[in-house]
Design a binder for this molecule. Structure first.
Ligand code: G3I
Length: 337
């Protein structure tokens, strides 16, 4: 039977974010039928794979890498340098105080070396730096411990170290809200800065945690145009289409609200997916990958965020791993090849 990867053969690989447990049972069958690329959702993050200075936990990541090799799938690595899920040790000096800049960069190098080298030949693209732009539109870079201790240098160095560890790997900067014009401009500024400083960067990842309300087609096209004008590959790295508008500070269901998947929501979701994939197809020469963030509506990180326990239905497959109507819309087009 044909899957997304077959319909989009000649366009771009279709990826999926997975946990080791996704590689079993019905989820495994669906992955093999539909996708030709994988990203580990969590297990390659520093806090999981390298939670203490001299301790690495390779098992979960190895399992995914092994599956990718066995089934001839592409694999993206996620994420080398991020402000979340780092493990506390990385910023702490021996005496309990804050680590020096030199020591932090050394630790970062060791981390990048070990992880990138281990999956050399299996991982073709790495999210080297994730989400380094501030959430405050008035600011440029996020005031994370990375930035606080090492300034802008950590950004360029991260790319250099990753390139040294695997000169063949495609190296990405990855971020969310990347098609909102004001943040797009700040991301563009960072990409330009990296290029000007000679950082070996190959591409930009648009995370694409979108919703049935946004982004607009215009913003999406303008963002892809703007990023690709720098000569960078563009990938959609974490696609899902939430049923709810993003309200960052929201943590609870409101009185009288339910979390059902109504026909109205379904219709809007079909239209959103339809529009997004039309645009993606138009940009097939610039887009080198489209990855969904989770396998099916059976489990999505959005079931827990921003409102814990509010069920969401953001993907193309339902809770029983069956294609939704939105799926049929996405695969219904005149193939150009
Ligand atoms: O592993 C523990 C488990 O032992 C514990 O019982 C459980 C109880 O809370 O927590 C588990 O850890 C959770 C982990 O996911 C694994 O399921 C963390 O609490 C939870 O915070 C973590 O969330 C992940 C999140 O990144 C972390 O910030 C999501 O699964 C993951 O989908 C999400 O992915 C990010 C990308 O990496 C970067 N872009 C945004 C995207 C969505 O936030």
């Amino acid at each position: 039977e044909k899957g997304l990867k077959d319909y989009y053969d000649g366009y771009f690989p279709i990826g999926v974010a997975v946990a080791p447990r996704s590689l079993e049972g019905q989820s495994k069958e669906l992955i093999l039928e539909q996708f030709n690329s994988m990203t580990p959702e969590n297990v390659m993050k520093m806090g999981e794979i390298h939670p203490e200075q001299n301790r690495y936990y390779w098992e979960a990541a190895d399992k995914i890498a092994e599956f990718a090799r066995e089934h001839d799938m592409k694999m993206r690595g996620h994420a080398l340098v991020w402000h979340q899920q780092t493990g506390d040790w990385i910023f702490k000096a021996e005496d309990g105080g804050q680590v020096s800049k030199e020591e932090l960069l050394q630790r970062m190098k060791t981390h990048i070396d070990s992880v990138v080298s281990r999956y050399k030949g299996t991982i073709y693209a790495w999210d080297v730096v994730n989400e380094a732009i501030s959430d405050n539109p008035e600011e440029f870079l996020r005031n994370s411990p990375w930035y606080e201790i090492a300034g802008e240098d950590f950004l360029v160095k991260a790319f250099e170290y990753a390139h040294e560890a695997d000169p063949e790997a495609k190296l990405f900067y990855n971020d969310y809200n990347a098609v909102i014009p004001e943040k797009r401009e700040r991301i563009y500024k960072l990409l330009k800065l990296l290029k000007d400083k000679g950082a070996p960067i190959d591409g930009v990842g648009i995370q694409a945690h979108w919703s049935i309300f946004d982004p607009s087609e215009k913003d999406l096209r303008e963002a892809i145009d703007k990023y690709s004008s720098l000569g960078l590959d563009v990938q959609i790295t974490e696609l899902d289409v939430s049923l709810y508008p993003w309200e960052k500070e929201r943590r609870e269901l409101r009185e009288g609200e339910s979390d059902e998947f109504t026909p109205e929501m379904e219709q809007r979701q079909i239209e959103s997916y339809d529009m997004f994939f039309k645009v993606f197809r138009d940009y097939k020469d610039v887009l080198t990958g489209v990855t969904f963030w989770n396998v099916s509506d059976n489990y999505s990180w959005l079931d827990h965020y921003p409102v814990e326990g509010r069920k969401n239905y953001p993907l193309l497959f339902d809770e029983n791993y069956e294609p939704k109507k939105a799926y049929w819309k996405v695969v219904e087009f005149d193939e150009k090849n």
